[in-house]
Write a protein of this length. Structure first.
Lengths: 471, 347
């Protein structure tokens, strides 16, 4: 067999492989799309306030501890805390955790809210770095600040869980903006389910371009920057199509670090957040699932489609690139630490559907897609039938990259309709049409880059798992 | 080759469908934006004129199209939100009945869940007595969801309608506890008493809610009923009644809780220990000291907190911290001596 014929056979095999993969994924997403569409449409134009009014005033709701980890956030921390103190919820406390900041974060909070030291014996239920001191505000009884030795976000959250008093806690990014009804909205499923829910994820939206006043989103508008618009579309796709569909069957594996409410005891049972990973939020959800299945408690993890939290998206490709490759490493670590669950029927649908989905589609998907791009570029040079292969893959990539995103945009418009300008809808539609031609390939490269970084750091990986065993 | 052709066709069809949908949604958006503009103009009109109308000084233009209707609804809902709890004026109620009765009657039958749900919320807020029959009849329809049923029950509770009693008595489905509490909280004294007198006729989950609401209200007349559950055979009932007694902070026959202090479930032991804090009864000092060595952290810490509240409690606790043989008891005692009894323990 000549080299050329080996090459063309290989090309053929790869093409078929990539094509079959793509068709499978497209079908998977279409199914999720229909599940979401039915769900969203049922709640079309449901009053945004009325169903939650009772909940946000009643004394029978479950109280929540809001944990705000802060590291060098001197500039933004005071306004964020202030906006948290004005939320619509009957009983809650705010715990700011100063994770050994090098700037004046702690001092800023202490001064703004006239805080004093309190004697407090902390019951250390989860391991975390040493807590130096606890402060309480003299103006707001429900505001605490914890000063601790630096240990990263996950460690700060663990310390916060130890300090928290209430049965549910919410983890929050310091820079995200919370809607005033957010807690009523995320706690409603917990109450409606007779507290059979251990975690609720909220829908996170992109704040860039919106008009924000005093920590509140006043008007929703689309940013002028193409990169941000593409991220808005990506969020639609991930949240509206992916998460609603997965949540419906208790398959949800990701609750965004930007906003999630958890049952405190359940989180303590799984030893809190893992501190040696960049994907601590996903890792926690996966372990909660594991716990649910092992205990056979039948509890659930759900997702609320109403946007409850707004966050700032990166505007430059440099930061976006870093974020994407970090996310990808985090994804791998969560899968790696919980590999026992993969394809294990003991863990139900989470084991046989969610975990393989995240491994094959989310983690390895970019590699397969990259392979597709390479074939697309190479095939025409071989000529003949191989040119049509390139066309085939190209069409699939456009369906996968652009048409699915366009559907997500239309689904948003058909159900939630958060963008009021006609012009915004037109822009979203045409930008999503362009996705397969530039943004999708870009993110594919960045994510593959994440995999490359993982392989390069292979040695340090080994060290880390050894450390885990010796403990 | 045929594969490419099929994919191409799929692509083309999808693309066309999406574009048609897109154009349709654009048209809809243009229309709905125009609708919103009109609505906000009408809202301004109603905000300005509605008070004058109520005072009889001006004739109000009643809604005769959709934007007007929605504007009217929103303004009037806001008004009722603001006067929450207080009686509304007769003129206002008449105005509401006149304009919205038929509109809502139709909407209660709408095929879309969210519209029926919104309507039920509005009927509740606007206290539209005339529509109660229609709401109750929803209960017999199969498609009616759990949340709709709860909303109908709320409307009945607000109106002190006796059917609430009859419905809950035969309902076999268990709703979340929160909603029962919410319903009972809306009832006046006479109606709630009706429930409490026949508490044992209800399924356990409703009994739990009634015990909790009695504790919440904290009235002495409920004490005998709550206390009767302290000696129940069912652990859950004992825990609930102890919890209610903690809220009341008092009980007539204190000795009844003695067995609970040594019960099997740690929640029961904890609740009993917690109740000893307000009771301050010297006959239980021994029990509290023993609970300081309990296997559960919650029981130990609650016992220490209650002990600290007793006469002589601090001295006893200092003694435990210094000399007790059990290290857990010593730690718990030390912890509470530091806290000084100022910080309460949350559950």
């Amino acid at each position: 067999m000549s080299i050329t014929s080996v090459f063309s056979t290989m090309l053929l095999i790869f093409t078929i492989f990539v094509a079959v993969y793509m068709v499978g994924i497209i079908f998977f997403y279409l199914i999720l799309f229909f599940i979401s569409a039915v769900q969203l449409r049922k709640e079309y134009k449901l009053d945004q306030h009325e169903p939650y009014e009772e909940l946000s005033q009643s004394s029978f709701t479950r109280p929540v501890s809001i944990l705000v980890p802060a590291y060098n956030e001197e500039a933004g921390i005071v306004p964020s805390v202030r906006s948290l103190l004005s939320i619509n919820y009957p009983e809650y406390e705010v715990v700011v955790i100063n994770d050994g900041s090098k700037d004046q974060t702690l001092e800023a909070v202490i001064q703004a809210f006239e805080m004093v030291k309190v004697e407090k014996v902390i019951r250390k239920q989860i391991k975390s770095n040493e807590i130096i001191r606890v402060y309480q505000s003299t103006i707001y009884e429900n505001l605490y600040a914890v000063d601790k030795v630096n240990g990263g976000k996950a460690d700060a959250l663990n310390a916060g869980i130890n300090v928290a008093h209430y049965p549910y806690f919410c983890s929050l990014d310091g820079d995200s903006i919370i809607e005033r009804d957010a807690f009523a909205k995320v706690m409603k499923p917990i109450i409606d389910s007779k507290e059979e829910i251990v975690a609720v994820g909220g829908s996170v939206r992109i704040a860039n371009g919106c008009r924000i006043e005093r920590g509140e989103v006043m008007k929703v508008e689309l940013s002028k920057r193409p990169l941000v618009v593409m991220q808005v579309i990506e969020y639609f796709r991930a949240f509206l199509m992916g998460r609603i569909g997965l949540s419906r069957h208790n398959l949800l594996l990701i609750i965004s670090g930007a906003f999630g409410v958890f049952h405190r005891e359940s989180v303590i049972k799984v030893n809190g957040y893992r501190t040696d990973t960049v994907g601590e939020d996903m890792d926690l959800v996966v372990r909660l699932h594991k716990q649910i299945k092992e205990e056979k408690s039948g509890k659930r993890i759900v997702y609320v489609p109403d946007p409850v939290c707004w966050t700032e998206a990166p505007e430059s490709s440099k930061i976006l690139r870093r974020q994407r490759s970090r996310w990808h490493r985090g994804l791998f670590e969560s899968l790696w630490h919980n590999k026992k669950m993969l394809c294990n029927p003991k863990y139900g649908l989470v084991g046989v559907v969610s975990m393989p989905y995240f491994l094959i589609v989310e983690f390895l998907g970019p590699v397969i897609e990259l392979l597709g791009y390479i074939i697309m570029v190479l095939s025409p040079f071989v000529g003949g039938i191989y040119t049509s292969f390139a066309v085939l893959l190209f069409l699939l990539a456009v369906i996968y990259g652009s048409l699915l995103s366009m559907s997500a945009v239309l689904l948003e418009e058909w159900s939630l309709r958060r963008y009021s300008k006609v012009q915004d809808l037109v822009r979203l539609y045409f930008y999503s049409l362009s996705e397969a031609f530039w943004f999708r390939p870009l993110t594919v490269f960045w994510r593959v880059e994440g995999i490359v970084q993982l392989i390069r750091r292979n040695n340090s990986w080994g060290e880390m798992s050894r450390k885990g065993v010796s403990k | 080759m045929s594969a490419i052709f099929i994919i191409f066709q799929v692509f083309l069809i999808l693309f066309l469908v999406l574009t048609v949908l897109f154009l349709f949604l654009i048209a809809q958006k243009v229309r709905s934006n125009r609708f919103d503009r009109k609505k906000s103009e009408w809202k301004k009109y109603y905000l300005e004129h509605i008070t004058l109308t109520i005072q009889g000084e001006k004739e109000l233009r009643l809604p005769d199209n959709h934007p007007m209707m929605e504007a009217f609804e929103e303004v009037i809902t806001r008004y009722y939100s603001l006067i929450k709890g207080r009686p509304s004026s007769v003129q206002m109620d008449e105005l509401v009945e006149k304009t919205l009765h038929h509109h809502y009657k139709k909407r209660l039958q709408h095929h879309r869940w969210s519209i029926r749900m919104n309507t039920l919320h509005r009927i509740e807020k606007l206290r539209m007595v005339s529509l109660v029959e229609e709401c109750v009849s929803l209960l017999d329809i199969k498609r009616t969801s759990e949340l709709e049923v709860i909303q109908v029950l709320r409307i009945l509770a607000n109106l002190q309608d006796d059917r609430l009693y009859a419905i809950l008595l035969i309902e076999e489905k268990e709703y979340p506890n929160f909603y029962y509490l919410d319903l009972f909280r809306r009832l006046d004294d006479a109606h709630l008493d009706h429930f409490i007198h026949s508490i044992s006729d209800f399924p356990s989950w409703i009994q739990f809610a009634l015990i909790e609401i009695m504790g919440e209200l904290g009235e002495y007349k409920y004490l005998p009923t709550i206390e009767s559950f302290v000696t129940s055979h069912d652990t859950e009932f004992r825990i609930r009644s102890l919890k209610a007694l903690v809220k009341v902070g008092y009980m007539a026959d204190v000795m009844q809780i003695k067995p609970s202090l040594h019960a099997e479930s740690w929640q029961e032991r904890m609740m009993a220990a917690k109740l000893l804090k307000p009771l301050r009864d010297h006959r239980f000092l021994e029990d509290l000291l023993r609970l300081l060595t309990d296997e559960s952290w919650w029981v130990r810490t609650t016992a220490a907190e209650s002990l600290l509240a007793q006469q002589n409690g601090r001295t006893l606790l200092e003694d435990v911290a210094a000399t007790h043989i059990d290290p857990f008891a010593r730690d718990t005692a030390k912890e509470w001596l530091v806290r000084g009894g100022t910080n309460r323990v949350y559950h």
